[in-house]
Write a protein that binds this ligand. Structure first.
Ligand code: GLV
Length: 331
């Protein structure tokens, strides 16, 4: 009898993805609804041929050491893969994959949801209404920021950033964007202007972050950058928490140096800077940008397909370290 490949899935992902893996493999799923500790992860990885991991798992050389040489693929259930030491994986010829594309709309949509929530004070006003404080219409009740016709600053014009920018079409906005390289298609489609970060920060009414977490994007937005923004500016972050210096942001919001912020991600998830929690001018979400039924299923299927392709001897479609296959020495 053919021995089935053994796969560890480190969290409860949508069933269609697990079923897809189960058709071909022996699958062990962590059904506990919590992140595995390092020790648990290491003990469960032992003896597996593949791991489908979550962005909350720290996958470093310690994990690769126990998985090596049997387990040669870690398929991340996310587009961002800053939780994985890709260099260490590549050194050991371990394949890393991610899930680009399938969560672009959901993430860009949530960035817009945050922008609207902060600009129009939706969460604050909901709280007020539930608290029984609504005594009738007033001319100055919950005045917020007009969205239509304003200047939108998009930091990072990759898949998600440019999708977010395109969605501004209905709101007649002037779009500024900043990235390492120009996105000519975006410019053509939206008349977005390519500017330096300083210009974007100074001129935008709403600034939305869409960069991956890399050494050069850590604290891309700190005290200096916040000081460059308009007093009426709103900052949205659906990328990765450490892109923003959370303490500096809390301070800027408290001192009203900027008008508001909407955050889906945090520097030390799930811990949140306590100061932020006490402020009304920030909307805080629990890292749910890709959390739609449709998208989370697509992410799971994509991650599972990466693993199945690898088992068939193919290069997985969403490999992030293709050098594993292209380097000279044989696998
Ligand atoms: C979610 O944060 C992702 O990177 O997919």
């Amino acid at each position: 009898m053919l021995v089935k490949h053994r796969v560890l899935v480190t969290g409860m992902i949508p069933e269609p993805a697990i079923d897809l893996l189960k058709k071909n493999c022996d699958v062990e799923v962590n059904t506990e609804g919590r992140v595995l500790s390092k020790e648990e992860l290491i003990s469960r990885v032992k003896g597996k041929d593949a791991v489908l991991c979550l962005l909350t798992d720290t996958i470093d050389d310690e994990v690769f050491q126990v998985s090596f040489p049997k387990c040669r693929i870690f398929a991340n259930y996310a587009v961002g893969y800053n939780n994985i030491d890709v260099e260490a994986a590549t050194r050991r010829k371990i394949v890393i994959t991610n899930t680009p594309g399938v969560l672009t709309d959901a993430t860009a949509d949530l960035a817009w949801a945050l922008l609207f929530s902060v600009a129009r004070r939706v969460v604050e006003a909901d709280r007020f209404t539930r608290d029984g404080k609504f005594r009738g219409w007033l001319p100055d009740l919950f005045l917020g920021m007009e969205i239509t016709g304003k200047t939108l600053g998009v930091v990072g014009a990759g898949r998600i950033g440019s999708n977010f920018a395109r969605k501004a079409k209905c709101f007649s906005m002037r779009i500024l964007y900043y990235d390492k390289k120009r996105n000519y298609q975006l410019e053509q489609d939206t008349r977005a202007l390519f500017v330096d970060l300083e210009t974007l920060l100074k001129e935008s009414d709403f600034i939305s972050l869409h960069v991956p977490l890399l050494p050069e994007t850590r604290h891309l937005i700190g005290e200096r950058e916040l000081a460059l923004m308009k007093k009426t500016a709103i900052l949205i972050n659906t990328s990765r928490g450490p892109v923003v210096d959370e303490k500096a942001l809390a301070n800027a919001l408290k001192e009203k140096k900027i008008w508001g912020a909407g955050l889906d991600v945090y520097e030390n998830e799930p811990v949140i800077e306590p100061e932020l929690i006490s402020l009304d001018n920030v909307v805080l979400l629990p890292h749910i940008a890709s959390a739609t039924f449709e998208t989370r299923t697509k992410i799971g299927i994509m991650a599972a397909e990466n693993i199945l392709a690898f088992f068939r001897g193919e290069i997985p479609p969403n490999i992030v370290n293709p050098e594993v296959f292209t380097e000279k020495e044989p696998l």
